[in-house]
Ligand binder design. Structure first.
Ligand code: NAD
Length: 471
């Protein structure tokens, strides 16, 4: 008896080079183009998520000590929503879009935007939301009719292993191939020729990806990070603002690309906000968050040391909340450092953990100036009921997204594009944008050869007989 097809195919994809070639060949064969095929693969992806929710939660717990509710809210629910959205709108997204032709082409001409799959694509995922940030882009690739080689993050090994097994079991293994590994394997993959690369991760590696893509002039989506600021206006409801900032800072233990990185606050609001934050953290995780089943852990020792070092080397400010850590347990308490200098260590790189520096600003103009003196962040948060102030911040800053009076939740909106600008990323996805990221809109003009059409065209042919066209 011969083994099931996916096993045979899995065993043939032992090298990155074979994966690159299989992906190209499968795409060229037209296998992934029919809508029926795409729909079936999306349905399979939905089943994968549905039938293996417990296993996925278990793997996420092992990698990040992610609470089941966080796994559902941050990974499984948004992944399923992306699949549902694509299934619901696939026909509409994929159909040719008619365009009204210009005057000169008005007779006997059809103009279309054909939605064509970009081709053979590479998806490189990070470790912090290892399910959603792998499945999300994959939904776009499948819906658009592309093939994809998927490189999960080696930093979340339990989830990477499980996804490898599940993808090969549920999806067509000729079209969607998983390659595991770290920088070495990814470098090998990047030597191949791709039609699009979708990378989520840090900006340093993004530069490596961009250089590799330049060799083949491959298009890119780069979903990166940055230091996302929060401005707290004096008139904001401090209790609600603090609860929402505390939530954004500790969901996934602060290891979220859009986590509030630092707070800008006026001296007048500072003490009220700190008091409200203290209360908020206690409400969320009790007096000792290490004992709370709801509070996660730092992904590994390397990141634990990175965060500890940055806290130790910071020369200014005062730890007003938290500060405790336990290396054995990879635990760092939600930690707030008040009155930090603008150029201190904590303000250099994205923190990506439960540390929250606070900087004093004179007023909103001072806050805007500071935000604008730095790289464009992935998210910007403003807490205020003053519409004029909010509009001022919106009009005079730049960021991937902006959210007024909350944190993180804009990412859950499938109809809003999600992506950065400048160093926080390039391109966007979620909902139809995921389909668009993997789609080439092919300009298509179809003319007839009728005498009527030719008569209109006559104007372009020489001899022009000394007639001058005017506008
Ligand atoms: P990571 O270490 O898992 O790296 C991401 C991917 O890059 C992995 O698959 C890894 O194998 C690969 N990689 C690592 N080094 C490489 C190299 N030298 N050459 C080629 N490939 C390499 O994840 P990370 O970068 O630590 O992720 C955290 C960062 O990602 C943060 O900056 C965060 O803000 C950002 N992020 C952005 C989003 C978003 O949607 N915009 C989402 C999550 C994380």
């Amino acid at each position: 008896m011969s083994p099931p097809r996916h096993q045979l195919i899995q065993s043939t994809h032992t090298t990155t080079q074979q994966a690159v070639e299989t992906s190209r060949q499968t795409f060229r064969s037209g296998h992934t183009r029919p809508l029926k095929f795409r729909r079936h693969q999306l349905e399979q992806l939905w089943r994968l998520l549905d039938e293996n929710a417990d296993l996925l939660c278990e793997a996420l717990f092992k990698d990040l000590r992610k609470h089941r509710n966080e796994a559902y809210l941050g990974e499984l629910v948004p992944s399923k929503e992306e699949v549902n959205d694509a299934l619901k709108h696939l026909d509409e997204w994929a159909k040719d879009e008619k365009v009204t032709p210009a005057l000169i082409n008005r007779v006997g001409v059809t103009c279309l935007k054909r939605k064509e799959p970009k081709g053979s694509t590479l998806i490189i995922a990070p470790w912090n939301y290892p399910v959603f940030l792998t499945v999300g882009p994959l939904v776009g690739a499948i819906a658009a009719g592309c093939t994809a080689v998927i490189k999960p993050s080696e930093v979340a090994p339990h989830t990477a292993k499980l996804l490898t097994e599940l993808f090969s079991r549920y999806l067509d293994s000729r079209a969607y191939i998983v390659i595991n590994g770290a920088a070495h394997e990814t470098t090998k993959l990047l030597e191949g020729k791709w039609d699009h690369i979708f990378y989520t991760g840090n900006g340093m590696v993004a530069k490596i990806i961009m250089k590799a893509a330049a060799q083949h002039l491959t298009s890119l989506t780069l979903e990166l990070g940055g230091k996302s600021p929060v401005f707290i206006d004096e008139n904001a409801n401090m209790t609600v603002a603090a609860k929402r900032v505390a939530f954004g800072k500790t969901f996934n233990t602060g290891q979220t690309c859009v986590a509030p990185d630092y707070v800008l606050v006026t001296p007048k609001a500072e003490q009220k906000f700190i008091a409200a934050l203290k209360k908020a953290f206690t409400e969320l995780y009790g007096s000792n968050p290490q004992k709370s089943a709801d509070y996660g852990r730092i992904i590994n020792h390397r990141h634990f040391h990175r965060l500890s070092k940055v806290l130790d080397e910071n020369k200014s400010g005062e730890v007003v909340i938290g500060g405790q850590s336990d290396e054995q347990d990879l635990y760092i308490a939600p930690t707030v450092i008040a009155n930090v200098d603008r150029d201190d260590k904590l303000m250099e790189d994205e923190l990506f953990g439960p540390l929250l520096p606070m900087i004093r600003v004179a007023d909103v103009d001072d806050a805007i100036e500071y935000i604008n003196s730095r790289d464009e962040p992935l998210a910007l948060y403003v807490f205020s009921t003053n519409k004029k102030l909010v509009n001022k911040v919106m009009d005079s800053t730049r960021s991937g997204g902006i959210l007024v009076n909350d944190t993180l939740m804009h990412v859950a909106e499938g109809n809003l594009p999600f992506g950065g600008t400048g160093p926080s990323g390039m391109g966007s996805y979620h909902g139809k944008r995921s389909f668009d990221a993997f789609t080439h809109e092919r300009s298509t003009m179809i003319k007839d050869l009728s005498p009527a059409a030719e008569a209109v065209m006559a104007v372009r042919y020489a001899p022009y007989n000394n007639t001058n066209l005017t506008l």
